[in-house]
Design a protein around this ligand. Sequence first.
Ligand code: PXL
Length: 284
Amino acid sequence: MSVEQPVGITPPRVMTIAGTDSGGGAGIAADLRTFAACGVHGCLAVCAVTVQNSVGVTGVHPIPPETVAAQIASVAGDIGLDAAKTGMLAGTEIIEAVAEACDANGIGAGRRTPLVIDPVAASMHGDQLLADSALDSFRTLLFPRATVVTPNLDEVRLLIGIDVHDRAGQYEAAKVLHELGPRYVLVKGGHLRADADRCVDLLYDGHAFTELPGPRFDTGNTHGGGDSMAAAIASGLARGMSPPDAVAFGKRYIVEAVRHSYPLGAGHGPVSPLWALRPWWTPL
Ligand code: PXL
């Protein structure tokens, strides 16, 4: 008998720079499950700890900005990163620290490590996850560094003051957001009431628009959906896909995650980032 050799090889490495959700539905919990489902190794820089369940958020505790930056530098300097994404960043000081850490560690559009910015501002209950004063830092410090930004329509309204009610509004918002500097803008259509039976996301690269249609599911269990989609896009980028291919990959992924969403607690349940997991614990 000899000892066996393990068979693992290093997967693509992706970092989420985001907040925790004690209910395990959104934020870093969703991102790490998405990374696992997309075949990449997930690393994390915790920016805030939230106290929340399926009904709402009752506490937000930001991490010191220098600790956020140190997590990024520590991982980038040793493990290396093939993509990164941001989620809940809580406030201006953390956004500044993240922008500086991205520059110092080769993260951002045109650099070694592509960057997906999900401009998280509020939970689906309307609980604030970003200080109002931080919106400007998002626009000026993070958008110009982004490979892809992935706002939903609430975030579009907060960021650029455009209330989108129809497809034409989605196009207009994409153009205005692109002027803030990201390589690609994905204006998600999940909150568009005009689309009763489908959900059309719109990708814009400054020249061409691509509509990504998908089904709409009759469910309130979409907690963590935006996080998972951005994490899947970052995973696609880490796997070497072009941004349009990574966004299409993310769309395919999130449709299934919402199809498999489930009730949890008395409020909004989560999407299921691990929908693709084969249940190895049941008999084949
Ligand atoms: O889904 C947005 C989001 C991101 N990050 C954290 C959250 C939420 C929504 O509740 O709690 C930590």
